[in-house]
Design a protein around this ligand. Structure first.
Ligand SMILES: [Mn+2]
Length: 320
């Protein structure tokens, strides 16, 4: 059995996977490998090595039986072959969950690392300090340093601190010291190509095309004023779509809008998608990029918002 994270795994995903592997080994005496399709992201690698953990491998994720950790859709584990699956996840839209059993699926939890910590504590496991710090880092990452929190999350966070999790070290490892040149170029390109649309009379939707660093670019798009920010990265025949929604917009519409949009675009444009209320992703067939603007307009029209163009930008030329 192999423990598999989502593609390009973030800190929440690797922290939960590495800790589950440790707990299962303690329980059964056998090894459970962790596999990260396409490798762990840069922050995850820094956190893992900073806390003395090995970086999990990224090849051979296929196995007769797999445990998916923090995975919300089949697209996120494309290429992983399996016969049976289990799953631990918290995404508000999950298109994989029905296929996996047993599963621990709790969309009200703020992080998969928090679910793992709760389950291990309830089962009476003593979580070693370095694993407690790792889970804390996973929680801090997914909640943007506890900005998205409820009393349940604060309770499990407090218990991790009680057993020795090091808040200062986790924070230090998570905070990016220096932004690499390529990432700064990607952010600026994404802004220069951006298309700007209005839905209803006051919400702004932006669409851009970037080769990499989608999350980083979208962060600035939302800070600059997007209510819904969409980035497209074309790779061969597939286009990856990453979506962020502002807190204000999520609150106003009252549904997991980023996840719903990702799912809608995925299904309509030859792929699949899913995610959280404010952060989601989809993969579509690249041939359908020219239909994207219409698909976005239709999605919002179904929710009562008419979409109009303020400035088309250059995203379509760059990505199609
Ligand atoms: Mn997560």
């Amino acid at each position: 059995m192999v423990i598999v994270t989502h593609r390009n795994a973030d800190v929440d995903s690797v922290a939960a996977a590495v800790t589950l592997s440790y707990a299962l080994k303690l329980y059964s005496g056998t090894n459970f490998d962790v596999c990260v399709p396409e490798g762990a992201d840069a922050v995850s690698r820094r956190v893992l090595s900073g806390l003395g953990f090995n970086i999990p491998e990224s090849e051979k994720c296929s196995s007769r039986r797999v445990v998916f950790i923090d995975v919300s859709s089949p697209t996120q584990v494309e290429g992983v072959e399996f016969e049976e699956c289990s799953l631990v996840d918290h995404h508000s839209v999950n298109t994989l969950v029905e296929r996996c059993s047993p599963r621990i699926y709790d969309p009200s939890s703020k992080a998969t690392s928090a679910i793992l910590a709760e389950v291990l504590m309830l089962s009476g496991y003593a979580i070693p300090r370095n694993y407690a710090t790792l889970l804390l880092a996973g929680i801090l990452f997914d909640t943007r340093f506890l900005r998205i929190a409820d009393s349940r999350l604060l309770r499990v966070t407090a218990r991790l601190l009680d057993i020795g999790a090091d808040l200062e070290e986790a924070t230090h490892l998570l905070v990016q010291q220096e932004v690499p040149y390529a990432e700064r170029v990607a952010r600026l390109k994404s802004l220069s190509r951006m298309g700007i649309y209005v839905i209803g009379d006051r919400y702004i939707v932006t669409v851009t095309c970037v080769g990499a660093y989608e999350s980083s670019s979208l962060k600035y798009s939302v800070e600059a004023g997007s209510d819904v920010a969409i980035a497209i990265a074309s790779r061969d025949s597939v286009a990856r779509i990453t979506i962020r929604a502002s807190g204000r917009f999520v609150k106003d519409v009252g549904t997991p809008v980023a996840a719903e949009l990702a799912k809608y675009l995925g299904e309509r444009l030859g792929g699949s998608g899913g995610g959280h209320e404010a952060a989601a992703g989809a993969a579509i067939s690249r041939n359908y990029i020219r239909g994207l603007e219409k698909a976005i307009a239709d999605f919002f029209e179904l929710r009562g918002f008419k979409m109009r163009v303020l400035d088309r930008g250059r995203w379509m030329e760059e990505c199609a």
